[in-house]
Design a protein around this ligand. Sequence first.
Ligand code: TYM
Length: 338
Amino acid sequence: MDEQVIQKTILSGIQPTGQLTIGNYIGAMKNFVRLQNDYETLYMVVDLHALTVPQDPKELRHKTLSVIAQYISVGLDPEKNNLFIQSHVTGHTELTWILGCLTGLGDLNRMTQFKDKSSKPGANINAGLYTYPILMASDILLYNADFVPVGEDQKQHVELTRDIAMKFNYRYSDTFTIPEPIIPKSGARIMDLQNPLAKMSKSDSGESGRLALIDEPSVIAKKIKSAVTDSGSEIKFSEDEEKAGIRNLLTIYSNLTELSIADIELKYKSRGYGDFKKDLADIVVEKLSPIKLKHDDLMKNKDYLESVLKSGAESAQKKAWKMLGKVYRKIGLVQAAR
Ligand code: TYM
């Protein structure tokens, strides 16, 4: 007997707000790649999210395409995954309005990312920055995603998405799948190389604090060499605050080699930070160089990127129309004659 296998859906997105970092890779993209064979997958570049901070239009266009090129360069096969740009699909902002009418201000006020961003001196606090988690909820719910691979910092937003979905389902009957985050056990929060108590960020970290996926090898080596550690010398993973630097480097090492922390500690038992950093630089360069080469190549082939985006958006749009139609009906909007 023929058994129909219904594949679960995975969805995630990345903002084109700067150079993608090794934090984005270890926290999220590594899982995107791992999951691509067994699920229906949708991976977006969330350009509308990026507008919550001022963007130079020309640069935004370039960075958006560059993220798509990096998706492919890290190993996402465009034949297997729906790779698309958020603004290419109608439905994300429409659903945001509807879900916004169900979201309490108290819920938005709790969002730590908004609190952090808005409390920075001179922060540009606009309504978009505040309602951004509702746009993210719409991204996820529009495709009935079952799982959302993200780093630690997005967990709260996925939890809010779950709450919004449950509220909608309760009020209007079962409509949305309740999504679950997929967060890596190790590497869910890669820290800034210069300030290991702060998250490595493509938009907030200084140049020497972040490792970009498309950094030149010599730049990578220099950044790792000058990464902040402490006055000790033992290569040991410790939860102590002053050990945050070496802990972060060990986490990067372990995630790129798949060696356990214990094995790495053993390997460097009687060696110092200098040796360890030199090896780590080689490991990172070996991992990132092919990604950069492929990215640079793809960026010269805009026709190919456009063809990937066209088919990704077409198939996402079909799903989005279907879901949006269902939501409109459930909440009582009159169906438009087509
Ligand atoms: P964004 O663009 O800030 O980050 C993209 C992904 O990378 C993860 N990440 C990290 N993981 C580990 N260590 C770090 N230092 C680090 N920095 C970033 C993030 O957790 C994220 O998974 N709101 C989202 C984008 C988004 C989205 C979505 C995600 C919009 N709609 C729907 C999932 C589903 C964001 O700003 O991610």
